[in-house]
Ligand binder design. Sequence first.
Ligand code: G6P
Length: 588
Amino acid sequence: MCGIVGYVGERNAAPILLDGLQKLEYRGYDSAGIAVAEGGKFTVVKRKGRVKGLSAARSLAGKTGVGHTRWATHGAPSERNAHPHLFGGICVVHNGIVENAAALKAVCEARGETFSSETDSEVIAHLVAAEQGDLLHAVRAAAEKLVGSYAIAVLSESAPDTIVCARKASPLVVGYGEDGLFVASDIPAIAAAGRRVYTLADGEFAVLKKGTAPAFYDASLRSVEKREIAYDAEEDIPEKRGFRHFMKKEIAEVPEAVARSIPDLSKGDFSELYEVLCQTEYLHIVACGTAYHSGLCMKHAVQKFARLPAEAFIASEYRYSDPIVPKNTLAVAVSQSGETADTLAAAALAKERGARVLAVTNVPYSSLERMSDFVLPTRAGREIAVAATKSFNAQLAALYALAGALAESRGKSAPPLAGIQPLVREAAAAGERVRSWMPYFVGAKSVFFLGRGADYVAACEGSLKLKEISYLPSEGYPAGELKHGTLALVDGRTPVVAVVTDPALADKTMNAVHEVYARGAAVFLITNVSACLSCAEITASVLLPKCEPAYSPMLSSLPLQLLAYYVAIARGNDPDKPRNLAKSVTVE
Ligand code: G6P
């Protein structure tokens, strides 16, 4: 969701802004723009499409500037709607949604002001320009009028060498080094050896002025002391390392991500969490997208091993469902980025209603981590491709371990996860067979993924992956439910992928295979039940190693991720940057 970068210092801003935007492009790539200030005047360059379209701006002169990469919310992706937005000597970049933009705009228009874009963001420039006093006070006065979420960086013609930033429910970090001051939506855009990095909390402001240390203020503009955060500047350099796409590289990293993300919950650091697990009577898992699917996988494991009532909720539904949060509920909020607006709001609501919150996130210092009572980190490493792959498997590693600890806290047990890494590796190698399935998928009308139990969740994740990057209509469906309506959609142009890894349910799922085959569908099997392979109705299959059925999405997800990847490429799509999507969804 929109990326922000800003710089003020002794160097030319444009190359810094463009390099930073490149690193933030996973947040949005509908359009991009930069503004640099030179002699009190702004030069603005904006382009529809990717950041590389701005390369001509690299030579712009000016040592203060802001940049933005956009994921459209209000107004189509276009040069006109791209940020920065200028009005009355004020220049603004914004991430978030101004929910009362229409009302605010009407007030500005009544004053005779005209707007140059259809965005909600432009109104911020108008509001700041209308204020008296210094830039910090003007930004604060404007921010007070905004309903919704924002991370903003503001320049003013009358305050050269200064950037004022503000944050509410959208992330923002500040960097400070010998070469100047930086602001960005995310650490990698400004990470560098020796540079100090600080996170802004909700309601805070920062003033970056050339030649001084960054100054931080709370909502009442009282000065705030901040501690720099520890981060690994080296780790944050995303490289493809010989792979054609980040997605393929990240799938290759799944086995390591899994091994690193299995926590040892018997360690001292987790003793307080373990006490809470012992008292836990209900589990509410809240998440979005792929993380929601890992939550569903956990629900299966918790019910099976701990016999504890567990429910996984789509965070955007949970937050408006007036949820009943019984005493001793543990809310598990799962989020790769730790910045997903709906997940943060769902976790906050659970907390407000008395639940303890455990964050399962891949990003240290993320908003989710900071608002939670406990943290179970996943250690997948940076994930660049928009479609989540290794972070899903890493989440499963952490969540299955948590399910095991919950079982143990009730005097039960779960099968150990320790030996799973080699099986994951085998699944990845076996999964490459899906490459030969392309003739059936590239021109398909739609694709169905079927399964039961944990296999049904894997089917849903396989379908989500395929939709995200191949743009083929697809559905993950419970194998037993097919005949209650969806079977009407199946014909010879509807390949069906069946996931069958639970021997107890294999015959049942194979019944659905017979039903779709009888309607002309080509059927593809992902299984570790070798008896299923003898079915003559199967067009092709991937044979996975055997494992505990509740853990099997950890393995079956690999051929499914690879299937989506190869179909996307065969259809000429960029799997790393699917149309209309963003990796970090920081708006509601
Ligand atoms: C976006 C991404 C998905 C991701 C979801 C949740 O929609 O495109 O890949 O699963 O957000 O993200 P989170 O960072 O909360 O796991």
